[in-house]
Design a protein around this ligand. Structure first.
Ligand code: NAI
Ligand code: MG
Length: 361
């Protein structure tokens, strides 16, 4: 049977960039004998318009059953004043929570053709290809107690950083598994110098490494030093694994080493299922971009590279993923640019579908 893929294109430019991914998927079926059982459904504002909820139970069940979910983007000004529980983002959060997607993979990859586009020097970022694994379902964003309380005459804001051993162990395994598919190198970042949860993090990562992944090279770094090293010489890293809060900051920082939001894919992975594949949701980092929706300006590369991640991490087609990434690289080297990739130089941009067609060609 063919692997199954649920496509949730969502709102704004989501359907525009996803249309290009559909062409890539069709190409794989026609030219590489790699056929997916693709189904499509609604998430976000479009689901609210159709069903009064950003994610129906039926769609949730389809996502649970699919081998992988590919999501475009959700949200837009039309939905900004909805109740919190009906907002488009709730659909995405429900997917992440119910699929228990605890490992968020954010690559920072710099195609040589775009090295000049980075805010860092071209030799610092050129050819950069690193991966940040951020713990996504625990830590200080979720820990109890939390809230704003009155203490005497003043208010106190409280959040609690809390990690269990098993929460650290499972995201560590995700990072080590990933490293084996890449360059066998993991750097774990925490602040064991000042945080108990950091001490536990370092201990558990070290134990999992020794017991299960001794073939992978492991190093540890304090997260603040890691931030410095990421801007000084990012190519020293390959896979970085870190907690939810540090991962939020470090992955945004690393992402911007490489240029535009329109280039950045991501994956969120959960536990391995019976067939050995992890539960998985792939999506571009960018949102629904209402400012350019419907104008053919959206860069489809982030979404196409998200599909490449699905090929690699859900479908065991690392070679095909690499080929797709090389096609993106070749098109950029040829000078094709969507509007978001054009700085001062004033060359003419190509449209969303022209970019998609060039990558396929
Ligand atoms: P955004 O990522 O949608 O847009 C930020 C800027 O980057 C805009 O100027 C946009 O035109 C540009 N941009 C984004 N993706 C692009 C692409 N593929 N090609 C060319 N240019 C691109 O973030 P913003 O404006 O803060 O949010 C807009 C809406 O998207 C909001 O409703 C927000 O809640 C939602 N959002 C959804 C996310 C998701 O679905 N995962 C993530 C972030 C925001
Ligand atoms: Mg962030």
């Amino acid at each position: 049977t063919n692997p199954s893929l649920l496509i949730l294109a969502g709102d704004g430019i989501g359907p525009e960039v996803m249309a290009e991914v559909r062409k890539v998927i069709d190409w794989y079926g026609a030219k590489r004998d790699l056929t997916f059982d693709v189904s499509e459904d609604l998430v976000g504002g479009c689901a609210y318009d159709a069903h009064g909820t950003p994610l129906t139970d039926e769609t949730m069940a389809k996502a649970q059953a699919a081998d992988a979910v590919l999501l475009g983007a959700v949200g837009g000004p039309a939905y900004d004043n909805l109740d919190f529980s009906l907002k488009p983002e709730r659909g995405l959060l429900r997917l992440r929570k119910e699929m228990d997607l605890y490992a968020n993979l954010r690559p920072a990859q710099c195609f040589d053709a775009l090295a000049d586009f980075s805010s860092l020097k071209a030799d610092v970022v050129g050819g950069l290809d690193i991966m940040i694994v951020r713990e996504l379902t625990s830590g200080v964003y979720f820990g109890e107690p939390r809230g704003i309380h009155k203490e005497g005459n003043e208010r106190v804001g409280i959040n609690t950083q809390r990690y269990t051993e098993s929460e650290i162990a499972r995201v560590a395994r995700s990072a080590f598994e990933l490293a084996r598919k890449r360059n066998n190198k993991v750097c774990s970042m925490e602040k064991a110098n000042v945080m108990e949860s950091g001490v536990l993090w370092r201990d558990v990562v070290t134990e999992i490494h020794a017991a299960e992944y001794p073939d992978v090279e492991l190093s540890h770094m304090y997260a603040d030093a890691g931030a410095m090293q990421l801007t000084r010489w990012p190519k020293q890293f390959d896979v970085i694994v870190t907690d939810n809060l540090f991962g939020d900051l470090l992955s945004d920082l690393a992402a911007m080493l490489t240029g535009s939001l329109g280039m950045l894919p991501s994956a969120s992975l959960g536990a391995p299922t019976a067939n050995g594949r992890p539960k998985a949701l792939y999506e571009p980092v960018h949102g629904s971009a209402p400012d350019i929706t419907g104008q053919g300006k959206a860069n489809p590369i982030a979404c196409i590279l998200s599909f490449a991640m699905a090929l690699r991490y859900s479908f065991d087609k690392g070679d095909e993923a690499t080929r797709l990434e090389q096609a993106v690289e070749a098109v950029l080297a040829d000078g094709l640019r969507t509007a978001d990739l054009i700085g001062e130089e004033g060359r003419a941009p190509v449209s969303t579908s022209e970019m998609g067609a060039a990558i396929i060609a």
